[in-house]
Ligand binder design. Structure first.
Ligand SMILES: [Zn+2]
Length: 280
């Protein structure tokens, strides 16, 4: 197809940000930082390599995902601990904050709730920025490695993809069968994963994560949260996933409780205020 005469003019139109986010509720980062400073660890769980763990975080507590032993990527699912139908919405989080999240960004829940579930209060990798390939850390563009896509592309049945790991973790956490748990698994926050889109073909790429043992990302739980974290079979995601080839390491999750009164008059956010009449 030949280009129209005004092709260059059309391409030269500057982009407009879809969702200017200056009107989002202001994040009380100073309050969170102060509360985190006096918080104590109340629970520690480990996601073993190629496995997932689950954890409960009461509203107003923190949770921290820590790299231990070696570079490792984690796939995170979050639910309202009191209602599994309210879960993390990676697509809207991406629309509001961009392809990757860091300090000050929030993880939003699905419709009709659309409220912050968690806020990133500290990220030891926020120095990374966006590299020359367009890559950055902690993406909300990937979905999760899963046995269905693996079967589609390569055949076979690999059971330790993040999708299956998260399914087993949720089933164990809530006493569900695997088939009951699976529909609750959703697109993830790719913790510590370094990803982007190639500039020439627009394809999703990954590269070795810059994470090193001791690195951590810390969240404030805005509502009661049930979390599940999979230590991806891709390890640092430098070469391949959905197999036992990559070197894999555990990930640690700590739950932290702030000191009594540290949050002042902070209140857990209510569900979205749209009246849901949809024009009828
Ligand atoms: Zn994975």
């Amino acid at each position: 197809m030949s280009e129209p005469a005004d092709a260059a003019d059309r391409r030269a139109i500057p982009p407009v940000i879809c969702y200017p986010n200056e009107t989002l509720p202001k994040v009380p980062m100073d309050l969170y930082a102060q509360a985190l400073g006096g918080a104590v660890i109340t629970d520690t769980v480990i996601a073993d390599p190629r496995e997932a763990c689950s954890f409960h975080v009461p509203a107003g507590h923190f949770f921290r995902i820590v790299s231990v032993d070696g570079p490792q990527v984690g796939d995170l699912n979050l639910w309202n601990a009191n209602d599994l139908s309210e879960r993390f919405y990676s697509g809207k989080t991406r629309a509001l904050h961009g392809t990757h999240v860091t300090t000050g960004d929030r993880l939003w829940s699905c419709f009709p709730h659309l409220r912050p579930m968690a806020t990133v209060v500290h990220d030891s990798l926020n120095w990374y920025g966006i590299d020359a390939f367009g890559g950055s850390v902690h993406d909300v563009i990937g979905t999760r490695c899963d046995p269905y896509t693996g079967h589609l592309l390569q055949g076979g049945h690999y059971h330790h993809c993040c999708h299956s790991n998260l399914t087993r973790a949720l089933a164990d956490a809530r006493g569900l069968s695997l088939h009951e748990a699976e529909p609750h698994i959703h697109d993830v926050l790719n913790v510590f994963m370094c990803t982007g889109f190639t500039r020439d073909t627009g394809q999703y790429f990954m590269k070795a994560s810059p994470v090193r043992p001791g690195d951590a990302i810390t969240f404030f739980a805005e509502i009661d949260v049930l979390g599940a974290l999979s230590a991806c079979p891709g390890g640092d995601c430098s070469s391949e996933h959905s197999s036992d080839t990559a070197a894999c390491y555990p990930l640690m999750v700590e739950v932290l409780k702030p000191a009594e009164g540290a949050l002042g008059d902070w209140q857990s956010p209510t569900p979205n205020g749209y009246d849901r009449t949809h024009g009828r």
